[in-house]
Design a protein around this ligand. Structure first.
Ligand SMILES: [Zn+2]
Length: 262
């Protein structure tokens, strides 16, 4: 089974299903989104969308908990339309107290049968805000946690994520984008920590992609990161750099299927 392990909900949903069919992709692990840059018509509109996202993440555009709840509702609607094709990860606000976070996870993640939590996109220095998320993931049966791993995160932030993974060895932790420019150090951390996995989307270069997937074929998870990545091109790149069919199959689906028990 070929699985895109990381893409955000894009509109229209049925267009995404068509693209999956064309690329021969069976399933997508779908993530909620608080904006839709794929609907923009030109660079100026994209710029406006990106500015909106920045303001949103900096808390200048309304209540993030409400925005995340809405994005989860949109996600669940899409999954219910195509339950065979989608498995979902839902956004959870970081930095809230333990009770509020627990209630949020119960109402938005567990009740909706979502498979994991994320994408957590934090600023540099903010990783400790995930403490309650890790505590509660464990209480809710080790829900996988997916964390954005390139800019604005720095190496010391990625080390903090790896410390959480060490502290909670039964929680699958997926670090996005191979750790960005810190891919070499990140590769070593993933090699050492059994429950730390790497998502391949938005890799720095095909050289980086090839080096990491061939070194850690059981720890890498194919991801596209739609709307920022192209499904067919991402799959082609993986097939081209993987040194064997078994490496390609592991990364293109087997690893995430095992984590999510698909
Ligand atoms: Zn990301």
């Amino acid at each position: 089974m070929i699985i895109d392990g990381h893409s955000h909900l894009t509109l229209p949903v049925k267009e995404h299903i068509k693209i999956m069919d064309k690329a021969g992709v069976d399933k997508t692990v779908l993530f909620s989104t608080s904006f839709h840059p794929e609907m923009d018509k030109n660079a100026q509109e994209v710029k406006a969308s990106m500015n909106y996202l920045n303001e949103l993440l900096n808390g200048k555009k309304g209540n993030m908990t409400e925005i995340r709840k809405k994005s989860v509702q949109e996600l669940v609607k899409a999954i219910n339309l195509y339950p065979e094709r989608y498995t979902g990860f839902g956004a959870v606000p970081p930095g809230l107290d333990l009770n509020t976070t627990g209630q949020y996870i119960s109402d938005n993640i567990k009740k909706n049968h979502l498979a994991g939590m994320g994408e957590f996109t934090l600023g540099s220095g903010q990783i400790p805000l995930l403490e309650n998320i890790f505590k509660l993931s464990h209480e809710f049966g080790n829900l996988p946690i997916w964390i954005h791993g390139f800019f604005p995160l720095e190496l010391h932030d990625i080390k903090k994520i790896s410390n959480f993974a060490r502290k909670y060895p039964s929680i699958p932790v997926i670090l996005g984008h191979l750790g960005g420019i810190n891919w070499l150090e990140t590769m070593d951390m993933a090699k050492e920590i059994p429950n730390l996995f790497l998502d391949t989307s938005a890799y720095c270069s095909t050289f980086v992609l090839g080096t990491v997937v061939n070194e850690l074929p059981k720890k890498c998870i194919f991801g596209v990161d739609r709307p920022f990545g192209d499904l067919e091109l991402s799959k082609e790149a993986l097939l081209k750099v993987a040194k064997s069919k078994s490496i390609a199959s592991a990364v293109l689906g087997e690893n995430i299927a095992q984590i999510l028990k698909i």
